[in-house]
Design a protein around this ligand. Structure first.
Ligand code: ZN
Ligand code: ZN
Length: 373
């Protein structure tokens, strides 16, 4: 294990005064505060280390121990290691007060403030964008217990950890600590559960809001609605996150910003190169086939796909032809087609010649193979 250098972490020199250490801590802790770096694991780790370093270097005795013996000199003497996230946030707030406007989760909150819900929309709604009214439930503190979950809001000191939120145990010469499992590090427990909320500390409230679904939105996109999440006992409200799921359509498929559709075409129409009307997501369009259109051939309608949320550019509509052939012929149809075939006379012969020359080619290959072998 590499010993971490607390002075390096706080970016101060070994003779730094307490004032300098405090200043450095403030600067770095604010920079790496999780609320300023949401989802950034590295920043969170850094934030923890900065707090750990400050706890040691701001304490005269601990600092002296650390200077003499390094980190191992501190082991067993304090419980700074493996502190829970909540503990660190509390420590941070105890040093600086709560005047930074961070929505850090506090001990009195029994549930996270941000709320995530799922919303299914249709292919068309994703293509054109829409306004949607949604009704959902969020958590609000139970009035009877002020969100504590304890009867009449009366919490008692946790008998397991005696209010420290951490429990310690020794193994050989090392002391380990972990978050108290009885109170989850809160230091307080409800000995008697609130009868209103059965100890949960919250009740569900219903809310209806109207949200804008932007044109071109993709499945798995997360929309954020500020201050529409869960409500904390202190009156803070988290954000609402809406996970968008776009339902699959029977006829149209999205790939990146393009739309793919397959159009069944009777073979005679393709042979004749007719123009046919087809239904597309943006209305009826004319598909101009050409003489000899092949099965699987693609036709492009530029700019008729999805609008890209980032670039604003529109993808294309790609129409793929699927040729349909009859599986049964009447005597009359057979006669007509035979006549048609005859009328191509030369062409069919050409085809036959091609096929026989292909057979010759393959025969020759086989002969060569035998000789070579
Ligand atoms: Zn406890
Ligand atoms: Zn309650």
């Amino acid at each position: 294990m590499v010993d971490i250098d607390y002075y390096e972490i706080l970016e101060v020199n070994r003779n730094a005064t307490l004032e300098e250490i405090k200043k450095a801590y403030r600067k770095l802790a604010l920079k790496y505060h999780p609320d300023r770096n949401p989802g950034d694991k590295e920043a969170e780790e850094r934030f923890k280390l900065i707090n750990e370093a400050y706890q040691i270097l701001s304490d005269k005795e601990k600092r002296a121990m650390y200077d003499r013996y390094g980190k191992s000199g501190l082991e067993g003497s304090s419980g700074f290691e493996q502190r829970s996230y909540e503990d660190i946030m509390d420590f941070f707030e105890s040093v600086f007060g709560e005047s930074f406007g961070f929505s850090s989760r506090r001990r009195d909150e029994k549930y996270p403030l941000d709320l995530t819900i799922d919303l299914e929309i249709s292919f068309n709604e994703a293509l054109f964008g829409t306004q949607k009214e949604i009704t959902y439930h969020y958590k609000a503190p139970c009035q009877a217990c002020q969100g504590t979950g304890a009867k009449d809001g009366k919490l008692s000191t946790c008998p397991e950890c005696h209010g420290r939120g951490q429990i310690y145990f020794r193994q050989a010469f090392m002391t380990f600590s972990q978050t108290c499992p009885k109170c989850n590090g809160r230091g307080e427990v409800a000995l008697e559960k609130c009868p209103e909320c059965k100890g949960k500390g919250f009740k569900l409230e219903e809310e209806t809001i109207t949200i804008n679904i932007p044109e071109g939105i993709e499945s798995q996109t997360r929309l954020r609605v500020q201050a529409k999440g869960n409500l904390s006992p202190s009156g803070l409200r988290g954000d609402l996150y809406i996970n968008i799921h776009v339902k699959e359509d029977e006829h149209f498929v999205r790939y990146n910003d393009d739309i793919y559709m397959e159009v069944p075409i009777f073979f005679t129409k393709a042979l004749l190169g007719e123009s046919i009307k087809i239904p597309t997501p943006r209305g009826e369009r004319e598909l101009k086939l050409k003489v000899g259109t092949k099965d699987g051939e693609k036709f492009l309608f530029k700019g008729e796909g999805f609008r890209n949320l980032h670039t604003g550019r529109r993808g294309d509509l790609i129409v793929q032809v699927k040729l349909i052939f009859p599986t049964k012929l009447t005597a009359q149809q057979r006669e007509l087609i035979e006549k048609l075939q005859e009328s191509f006379g030369m062409e069919t012969q050409k085809e036959e010649k091609k096929i026989s020359s292909l057979f010759e080619k393959v025969k020759n290959w086989l002969k060569k193979e035998k000789k070579g072998g």
